[in-house]
Write a protein that binds this ligand. Structure first.
Ligand SMILES: C[S@@+](CC[C@H](N)C(=O)[O-])C[C@H]1O[C@@H](n2cnc3c(N)ncnc32)[C@H](O)[C@@H]1O
Length: 506
């Protein structure tokens, strides 16, 4: 009964946002936007899209309300409805005065401050109907606690989470003075509020040509993600692209990567969407045909699962852009001119082009590398013996990584099954019993959440523990996917070696 009531209330707030959006000119129509746009019927936006719930693919999202053809214009959000730093500074003199005294803050930090500033206005904010529909919690990497970070098991992932958190912390500290000058209420000054704002920005902003931090786009940010298909990837050279969000709070990319990113982003806008100066609106286009009722998805860019977790707080079991790096000796890296970032294992277990090419050269006597370099760079196998040493090395490295990890993929899957069962339990006693029997990380989960102590005071599972349980599940899902890639790689290398041996060639 309580859940039904909650659902009804959420439906009403959503309808309120859609009515508000329609009044501001957010529409599916390609006709000029006016405030005469008819009010939305139920959760529909014009005739084309409707807000719907997709439990297995992003939760709340946008469904097609009719058949849609690839390339059709499906949504327009006028610039006046976008929540941007520029808009707020132009319309709020005291905010503008205060912000100009802090030129050292980055554009993302400023957007965080502006978002919290608007939240502080409550009903008086122009965006109140939009803000009250934003998620209350996020599961981006910066929100992971120590236990949840350790659950990744893999150093690179633990470091990424630690870096995301410490970066958010230092950005928050730098912005404190400005937020105090703006007389933020104490609840908006907390690190928790900052994490919420920075996760909102990281997971929901769209690229804006006038601001590196991007813009918050009401209704346009309800599209869930589908990974760009191979048709958008520039072979091995595809780098991470961010069209949903242009910059991260902890962006550590190089200028070259940023350049590649920009050109790939423009490519994607042809089918997905972008800000159109002549229309003064954010315009979205269907990237494929959709049947009525299907979820309409957007490609935010090309991400590995770890990056999806860092910026968006979710991961994909089938992610064509996921990668596993295996550490190699410096002498190996320097055998080719490829950058390290291109030497990895694809999610399907196959070594990347650059990794194969580099290892083939490394397994060639140094005095012969020059003469056969052109063959290696063209992707050719150099000899059966050479190929077998390459496969042998990758196999050995993958096995070594797996051996060092504290649990096997079977144990992780067992833990995941247990974690999933928590969903059906409501009382703390039931959850405690399940976790005590589960073994593995679950004892550490009991410790980290203080669940044992909570038993005395609470009958039901507190929200904080539910959130932690969800992030723990994300970390375990991530490491399962990581191990599966390495196991698939081992099978691939083994099969190749057997094949070459059976041919008995050199
Ligand atoms: C731009 S919002 C999309 C709308 C969002 N579902 C909502 O309810 O407001 C991006 C967020 O949606 C969720 N999301 C998007 N695509 C997803 C997917 N394919 N699988 C799981 N979660 C997804 C993630 O939480 C992500 O941070």
């Amino acid at each position: 009964m309580k859940e039904e009531e909650e659902e009804r209330r959420m439906g009403e707030t959503l309808q309120g946002m859609l009515r508000w959006g329609a009044a501001l000119g957010i529409s599916d129509s390609s006709a000029p936007m006016t405030t005469l746009t008819p009010p939305p019927h139920n959760l529909c936006i014009g005739q084309t899209l409707a807000v719907a719930y997709f439990p297995e693919a992003g939760g709340r999202g946008l469904a097609s309300a009719r058949d849609i053809i690839k390339g059709e214009s499906i949504l327009r959000v006028p610039k006046s409805a976008l929540l941007t730093t520029q808009h707020l500074l132009q319309t709020d003199h005291s905010l503008s005065l205060a912000v100009h005294k802090h030129p050292y803050l980055s554009s993302s930090q400023l957007l965080c401050v502006c978002l919290l500033y608007e939240m502080g206005k409550r009903q008086d904010s122009l965006w109140h109907p939009y803000l009250s529909n934003l998620p209350r919690y996020y599961d981006t990497l910066a929100t992971f606690n120590q236990f949840e970070m350790q659950a990744f098991q893999v150093d690179d992932a633990i470091w990424a989470a630690e870096r995301a958190k410490s970066c958010a912390e230092s950005e928050w500290q730098q912005a404190q003075l400005l937020m105090q000058e703006l007389k933020f209420k104490s609840v908006l000054l907390t690190f928790k509020a900052w994490l919420w704002a920075s996760a909102t920005i990281s997971s929901r902003t769209l690229h804006a040509p006038w601001d590196e931090a991007g813009c918050l786009c009401p209704v346009g940010d309800l599209f869930n993600y589908s990974a760009p298909g191979v048709e958008l990837q520039d072979g091995e050279n595809a780098t991470s692209v961010r069209s949903m969000q242009s910059t991260s709070l902890c962006n550590s990319r190089t200028a070259d990567e940023a350049g590649a990113e920009q050109s790939a982003t423009s490519l994607q806008r042809l089918t997905d969407g972008g800000f159109e100066e002549n229309l003064k609106a954010y315009c979205f286009y269907a990237r494929k045909n959709y049947e009525k009722g299907e979820q309409v998805l957007l490609s935010y860019g090309t991400y590995t699962n770890l990056e999806l977790l860092e910026y968006y707080g979710f991961l994909l079991n089938e992610n064509p852009n996921d990668k596993v790096y295996i550490p190699l000796e410096t002498s190996i890296y320097s055998s080719s001119s490829f950058p390290k970032e291109l030497m990895y294992i694809h999610q399907n277990g196959k070594p990347s082009f650059a990794l194969l090419c580099t290892l083939r050269l490394w397994a060639t006597p140094p005095n012969e590398r020059r003469s056969i370099g052109h063959l290696a760079y063209a992707g050719a196998q150099l000899s059966a013996k050479n190929e077998m040493s390459v496969m042998g090395l990758i196999l050995e490295k993958s096995n070594a990584i797996l051996r060092k990890l504290p649990t096997s993929i079977e144990e992780d899957n067992h833990i995941l099954c247990g974690i999933d069962k928590i969903h059906d339990f409501h009382t703390l006693m039931e959850v405690h019993k399940l976790l005590s029997e589960l073994g593995g990380d679950s004892c550490a989960f009991l410790e980290s959440t203080g669940l044992r102590e909570s038993l005395a005071n609470n009958q039901f599972l507190p929200c904080k523990i539910r959130r932690s349980w969800y992030r723990w599940k994300l970390a375990v899902q991530w490491r399962v996917r990581y191990k599966k890639t390495l196991l698939d790689c081992i099978s691939y290398c083994t099969r190749t070696i057997y094949f070459l041996q059976s041919k008995g060639t050199n």
